[in-house]
Design a protein around this ligand. Sequence first.
Ligand code: EPZ
Length: 426
Amino acid sequence: MDQIVIRGGRRLNGRIQISGAKNAALTLMPCALLTHEPLTLRNLPRLADVDTFGHLLNNHGLSTTIEGTSPEEFGRVMTVRANRITSTVAPFDIVRKIRASFLVLGPLLARAGEATVWLPGGDAIGGRPIDLHLQALQALGASIEVAAGYIKATAKGGLGGGRYRFPIVSVGATENALMAAVLARGSSCLENAAREPEIIDLCKCLVAMGARIDGIGTDRLEIEGVPHLHGATYTVMPDRIEAGSYACAAAITGGEVELVGADAGDMGATIDALRAAGVMVTATRDGLKVASGDGLRGIEIETAPYPGLATDMQAQLMAMLLLARGRSRVTETIFENRFRHVPELVRMGADITVSGRSALVNGVAALHGAPVVATDLRASMSLVLAGLAAHGETVVSRIYHLDRGYDRLEEKLQAVGADIRRIADD
Ligand code: EPZ
């Protein structure tokens, strides 16, 4: 398996182009199942998860054609077309690779009246149940059979629509329910729906395809089902988590970086946390400029559903706080096991104590490079961030986690002065 080698201590300076958002791309791609016409997605990030999702759609009979890159955007242009759905089964060998595969459940049910999806199971950060996905689809008229390791959903005669109030906010369950409701025979109402920017991107893409959705951006979504959707061309939003991750890189190295294409409107809570820690964040014509100022100070942060602080930023902000003056408290309220980066950071000299849902960080004067192991996508980025600031060499293993969610990471960091390289495992 490849490794990443970082020699820390360099201040990052320059411009980093932010790619299209992974968590938007992974909910926009299955929208192609909802119509026989082509859906063209622009600014798609170059990520392993996007490629894997493309293979999943091919398995269902969809064609996925990369049409080069669009000059004004950094990403790829892909046209996905479901002339005919040849299989309504999402196989285990793909679903186990990427949990987001579960997002074909709603659109398959809506378009083909049935779907069999293998259970994604838990992963490094938690049990990752799917009960809310199933409850929401049942409220829209689906029959759900849970068998040994897979879900079979049917809606003979199509979904009728309905009302569902999510007991807790779930991004994926909101996405599955939305993609099912848009082709239902009647109207639907989703209450306590997720409000993440990626949900807004999904709604805007569905509307571009002819869907009728009210309340976009709020926690109450009202959908009037339509008989058919048509094709569209849609540009994926910029990745707010990638942008926040590189903002932490600028901060922890004492540098100054412009995040080209970043949208401050999607990053409110992250920007608030950065500023509270003493980081200077200013909007520019092309995006956001982030400078470390005169040193970092400890803060208290707590993750929450949007517009709260994204759980996907927790590990990266924790890494940034390792060298801050004073104490920080990082509380994770979304996932039950999302501190797996802590032991690896401690091996680099960090002073972190985990107690239940919170981690107490005492700022230290310096970190030292070490061989560390990535455990999940955002944890692996926190190790890279610590390596950028550490004295000496850090070698990060299992970086396939990184490749799932960070488009051309080494290239982007090298361009702003980092001493980082990938060594292929021969
Ligand atoms: C999405 O995951 C993102 N993934 C995650 O990003 C992100 O961390 C998460 O939303 C929260 O923002 C994609 O968009 C592909 P949830 P998702 O359903 O939809 C519980 C990354 O690093 N829950 O909002 O799976 C669940 O256990 C990834 O890019 C149920 O109990 O997250 C969690 O505690 C990691 N039952 C909470 O809800 C369900 O049926 C929020 O999960 C579903 C979820």
